[in-house]
Design a binder for this molecule. Structure first.
Ligand code: ARG
Length: 458
């Protein structure tokens, strides 16, 4: 079905049609298109354009189109320009000339905005519920090893000891903000554009608030030109998806490292790893590598739409049809990765003694020692120098913290009073970090409980 043509002497060239048609991807909006069109039919009825009987006929026909579209063969041979034209064509096959009334005063410019918003609103909900699943998996994984100690890193060099749950809660916080960002994207998406016409506002007396109520929108758009021109709600989603993917990618990178022979901290489940076609011993972290890899596609989708929108004159331009594939792509990838990451997290086994040994045999306690000296009155700079020399001497002599004791420390420097020696154990210094947001054991266990509550209230 062509929704235009009167002004043309010849039809579009075959190459142009193939070049510009979007049905093969925007058919994904069919359900949203029908929901929106049904609400529009009801609004046209309230506005006196359709009779109640006409409206009932149209609504029923739309229901049957939706049902038929469940079978992909429904689209076989379709040559329509886009999903909007396709649906109206199908309506025509069912209700005849009456179909010609459904587009009264409506433009595809507002329709595509509506459809995209309806579709994206659901996708925001999907992403948020998958995020909740992942956050739950992280909390479960934290609770399995409440007292496990790992070396925390800066510059990928062992820095200070932290609790395993503290490390996982860092990701929990990132994903909690992602949850908020998807919520923000949803709020900006959840605005009803119908009644805007092509760009100037509808010439028919629609009750726009009633359409919004009908479709569950929180509010109506305030400017018809803005509707035709804008896709920033889609950019908001793409940004939220991109940041979530960056978080997922970094988590994936951590666990690829931590499950390597070099680290050996965690074992990934057989169900989320792959073997090699040649090397019989291999157990590769492909699920995590793919999460890391797919993040590039989502970041690309954000950039794609940013560049598409840049410099477009007001209002609608066909360029904007290029918003959908990146949007679909990003939603599929981020949702797939969130689901995958939760399953990987559920499969992780932490070999507690390995990261503990990594902390114990290195000098991650150096800061604890220096701070203890400072608490005892040594200026921090001097304390830093003294412990620095202790580390240098130990590195030269091949000594780990466990090779020192109260006596040998005091002999090294008088500032090392006997009480400081207990801080040679990486579990001890953490107890000095009972500060909001710190890795103190009591603080972490309270943070874990609080996180559980926060998640339950999302
Ligand atoms: N397929 C178009 C899109 O996705 C729908 C709007 C077309 N409007 C137009 N004036 N050509 O943007």
């Amino acid at each position: 079905m062509k929704l235009w043509g009167g002004r043309f002497e010849t039809g579009p060239s075959e190459i142009f049609e193939r070049f510009s048609n979007s049905l093969h991807f925007d058919r994904r909006l069919l359900d949203a298109d029908i929901r929106g069109s049904q609400a529009f039919a009801r609004s046209l009825t309230r506005a006196g354009v359709l009779t109640e009987a006409e409206c009932a006929t149209i609504l029923e026909a739309f229901d049957s189109i939706r049902a038929d579209a469940a079978d992909a063969s429904f689209f076989n041979g379709a040559t329509d320009e886009d999903v909007h034209s396709f649906v109206i064509g199908k309506l025509g096959e069912r209700v005849g000339a009456l179909a010609g009334k459904i587009h009264t005063g409506r433009s595809r410019n507002e329709q595509v905005s509506l459809d995209t918003r309806l579709w994206l609103r659901d996708e925001c909900d999907n992403s948020r519920s998958l995020l909740k699943g992942l956050m739950q998996s992280l909390l479960d994984l934290a609770a399995k090893y409440p007292n496990a100690v790992i070396p925390g890193y800066t510059h990928l060099r062992r820095a200070q000891p932290v609790l395993w749950p503290h490390y996982l809660l860092a990701y929990f916080e990132m994903f909690a903000r992602d949850y908020e960002r998807f919520g923000e994207a949803r709020r900006r998406t959840n605005v009803m554009p119908l009644g805007s016409g092509a760009l100037a506002g509808s010439g028919f007396p629609h009750d726009r608030e009633a359409i919004a109520r009908d479709l569950g929108f929180a509010e109506v758009t305030r400017n018809s030109m803005d509707v035709s021109a804008d896709r920033d709600f889609a950019l908001d989603y793409l940004y939220a998806a991109s940041v979530a993917m960056i978080h997922l990618s970094r988590l994936a990178e951590d666990w690829i490292l931590y499950s390597s022979e070099e680290f050996g901290w965690i074992e990934l489940g057989d169900g989320v790893t792959s073997g090699s076609s040649l090397m019989p011993q291999k157990k590769n972290p492909d699920s995590l590598e793919l999460i890391r890899g797919k993040s590039g596609r989502v970041l690309g989708a954000l950039n794609s739409l940013l560049f598409t929108m840049k410099g477009l004159p007001m209002t609608y331009n066909r360029d904007m049809q290029e918003d959908k594939e990146p949007l679909f792509e990003a939603a599929d990838q981020v949702n797939g990765c969130l689901e995958m990451a939760a399953i990987v997290a559920d499969s992780v086994v932490l070999k507690e003694s390995v990261p503990f040994a990594a902390a114990d045999e290195s000098w991650v306690v150096a800061t604890d020692l220096a701070e203890a000296l400072a608490r005892n009155g040594t200026p921090f700079h001097s304390a830093h120098q003294i412990v620095g020399r202790l580390v240098l001497e130990s590195v030269r002599a091949g000594k780990t913290p466990g090779d020192w004791n109260a006596g040998s420390l005091a002999a090294f420097a008088p500032e090392f009073t006997p009480d400081v020696a207990r801080l040679l154990d990486p579990r001890e210094g953490m107890k000095t970090r009972e500060i909001t947001g710190g890795t103190g054991p009591e603080t972490v266990s309270a943070a874990l409980a609080a996180a559980r509550l926060r998640l339950a209230n999302l």
